[in-house]
Design a protein around this ligand. Structure first.
Ligand SMILES: [Zn+2]
Length: 205
C-alpha cells in the first residue's frame, strides 16, 4: 500500500504530515475520519469510492473506502441490518447461547448443592471429609469460572437474570464462606498450608 507523505497526499483527506493514511487500488484506509455514512460515496479522480466503515487498519480506527459497485440503498441497508439481533440467524445464536448459559448455571447450582450438603467436618469419616472438601473445591472452581461471565449473561438474557440472579448471588456468597471454613479447617486440623491462589479466589468472590 502507498502511504500519505509530503508529495503524496491521502486521496480522501489530503493528509501529508505523516504516513497514517494508506491506500491501493482496492482499499483506502484514511486515519483522519469522516462524517460520511456507510454507503455514501465520494469521487476521487473521476472514480466513485464508497465509505464502508470506521474500524479499518491496524489501529481499528481508520475510515475504510472501497471502489463503489453500483449497490442501491436497499442492499446497503440489508448489509447494515445484519449485525443486529433481528435476523433469524442472530436470534438463533442468542437462543443457543442462552441454552449454553442455562447449562452452565445448572452445573453451578448442582455444585453448590453438593457443597452445601456436606456433613460437618468434625464428625465426618475420613472418606466423607475428603468428599466434602472436594465438593467445596469444585463449587469454588465453578464459582470462579462463572463470576466473570455474569454481567454478560444478565445483560444478554434478561429472563435468566430475572429467574436466577438472586440465587446465583446468594450461592456465590455462601461458597465464599464455605471455602473459607474449609480453608481454616485444613489449616487448623490438617496442617495444610493455604495456597495463595485459593485464598485469593475465596476473597475475590
Ligand atoms: Zn486520509
Amino acid at each position: 500500500m502507498r502511504s500519505s507523505r509530503g508529495n503524496n497526499p491521502c486521496p480522501v483527506c489530503g493528509r501529508t504530515k505523516d504516513t497514517d493514511c494508506r491506500w491501493n487500488d482496492t482499499t483506502i484506509l484514511c486515519h483522519t475520519g469522516t462524517d460520511l455514512r456507510p454507503g455514501d460515496t465520494i469521487t476521487i479522480a473521476g472514480i466513485k469510492w464508497a465509505f464502508i466503515h470506521h474500524k479499518g487498519g491496524f489501529s481499528g480506527m481508520a475510515a475504510v473506502f472501497k471502489p463503489h459497485r453500483d449497490r442501491n440503498r436497499e442492499e446497503w441497508k440489508r448489509d447494515l441490518r445484519r449485525p443486529t439481533p433481528s435476523s433469524p440467524a442472530q436470534l438463533l445464536a442468542v437462543q443457543q447461547k442462552r441454552t449454553q448459559w442455562l447449562d452452565v448455571l445448572d452445573q453451578f447450582f448442582a455444585a453448590f448443592d453438593a457443597a452445601w450438603n456436606v456433613p460437618d467436618f468434625y464428625s465426618a469419616t475420613p472418606d466423607q471429609l475428603k468428599n466434602a472438601l472436594t465438593a467445596i473445591d469444585d463449587a469454588q472452581a465453578k464459582a470462579a469460572a462463572l463470576a466473570p461471565h455474569l454481567p454478560t449473561i444478565w445483560r444478554e438474557h434478561p429472563d435468566l437474570k430475572q429467574l436466577h440472579r438472586l440465587r446465583v448471588e446468594d450461592n456465590l456468597k455462601a461458597i465464599a464462606y464455605m471455602a473459607d471454613d474449609a480453608r481454616q479447617f485444613k489449616q487448623n486440623e490438617l496442617g495444610n498450608p493455604c495456597s495463595v491462589a485459593v485464598r485469593a479466589m475465596a476473597e475475590g468472590l
